[in-house]
Design a protein around this ligand. Structure first.
Ligand code: PLP
Length: 397
């Protein structure tokens, strides 16, 4: 018999009743160190007092009004994001996949309004993840996500991750005039924590400029302080035309956004897009408080400092367990442990040590702690990984 909840997830036999900072507690009191953070969502950890306060205050005042009316918190959050980024304008969504939908629509509408209605093609890369909507799965294009869901949304060309030669060939070919945009994650999350080199992102920007194509960055996972900058594109000094955001921006409240330049957004006039819940008062009140914390330069510096500490300890861990781990990679507090043993073995052994991590493609275990994690908690997580790896090695012999 089918379970009452549609069985689309492989769930771990864990269930939490409360959270505090980087810790989650089960009903029996068992406490887990949370280096998953809802997959890079709980940026300020669980039950952050400032977020609890603003959410409670807003809940007592006004939950929801339609976008038929002005929503002051939405306007304030948009203005701050514009101040802090490349963007001139912001549309609020409730999730990453909705941000992907709008990013795709915006790029195509841009060229339509430029009189190039056949300029619809969007180039994406293998290993990408852009959400589970029709546009999201077509954009990522992997067999795993698209199998059985045909007909897929047309207009996506897939290249291998990092295939700059292939990109250059496309953007300098006769087909270049059909290419609306290039879409990528500056650090692939689901794909196995694969950062793009700064020089490669710069080269992609230059190729887009030469061909006139728009550059869309998906910072749903790597944005909002995760890499130690408010947005990952800042490391390379490369400005996108359109950017997808979600996950960390709501700190656990469903909130997403599409940021864009005035030029890229020029096709999106009144009536061309909308959302019932996007930018609602509750989400924007929380979003403003998350951004107040995460955009603080001292907070961002602290992320980089803690990331360095984590990285150093993980290098030692990999060296101590060469049969279990191959490599550490990533950026800031978005870290991938490339495994030699099956990554799920490491994740599950971690559960046994009361540590939560997340598997990713390419046999990677992801470490995505709350950005508020302490050095002591980082040490505890590495100790737990060390015990988990010893246990795997003991079973293997
Ligand atoms: C999680 C994720 C999405 C999809 O976000 P949802 O909120 O699950 O719809 C899109 N892109 C990236 C890079 C993600 O990590």
């Amino acid at each position: 018999m089918i379970p009452a909840v549609l069985p689309t997830y492989n769930r771990a036999p864990l269930s939490f009743v409360s959270g505090q900072g980087a810790w989650l507690t089960e009903a029996d009191g068992r406490r887990f160190l949370d280096f998953a953070a809802g997959i890079a969502v709980n940026a300020l950890g669980h039950a952050h007092p400032d977020l609890v306060r603003v959410l409670s205050e807003q809940a007592a005042q006004l939950w929801h009004v339609s976008n038929l009316y002005h929503i002051p918190a939405q306007e304030a959050l948009a203005a701050q994001l514009v101040d802090l980024t490349f963007a001139d304008t912001v549309f609020f969504t409730n999730s990453g996949t909705e941000s992907c939908e709008l990013a795709v629509k915006m790029a195509r509408k841009y060229w339509f309004e430029q009189g190039q209605s056949d300029r619809v093609e969007i180039i994406t890369f293998s290993g990408s993840f852009h959400g589970r909507s029709a546009a999201g799965i077509a954009a990522a294009g992997s067999e795993k996500m698209t199998h059985g869901f045909a007909p897929l949304l047309p207009g996506f060309t897939h290249l291998d991750w990092g295939d700059l030669d292939g990109l250059k060939a496309l953007l300098t070919s006769e087909q270049a005039g059909k290419i609306a945009a290039v879409l990528l994650e500056p650090v692939q999350g689901e794909g196995g924590i694969r950062p793009i080199a700064d020089a490669d992102l710069q080269a992609i920007r230059a190729l887009c400029d030469a061909a006139g194509a728009l550059l869309i960055l998906d910072e749903v996972q790597c944005g909002m302080g995760r890499t130690g900058r408010l947005f990952a594109y800042e490391w390379a000094g490369v400005l996108p035309d359109i950017m997808m955001v979600a996950k960390g921006i709501g700190g656990g409240f469903p909130l997403g956004a599409v940021l864009a330049t005035e030029n890229a957004a020029s096709g999106m006039t009144a009536g061309t897009h909308g959302s019932t819940y996007g930018g609602n008062p509750l989400g924007c009140a929380v979003g403003l408080e998350v951004l107040r914390h995460v955009s603080d330069p001292a907070f961002l510096d602290e992320i980089s400092r803690k990331a360095g500490f984590l990285r150093q300890q993980l290098e030692a861990l990999v060296a101590a367990h060469p049969d279990v781990f191959a490599e550490v990679r990533g950026s800031g507090l978005m870290i991938g442990l490339v495994c030699r043993t099956p990554n799920m073995d490491v994740v599950q052994a971690g559960y046994g040590q009361e540590l939560l991590t997340v598997p990713a493609a390419d046999n990677v275990v992801r470490l995505l702690p709350p950005l508020t994690v302490s050095e002591d908690e980082i040490s505890q997580a590495v100790d737990r990984l060390d015990r988990a790896a010893s246990q795997i090695a003991a079973v293997a012999v």
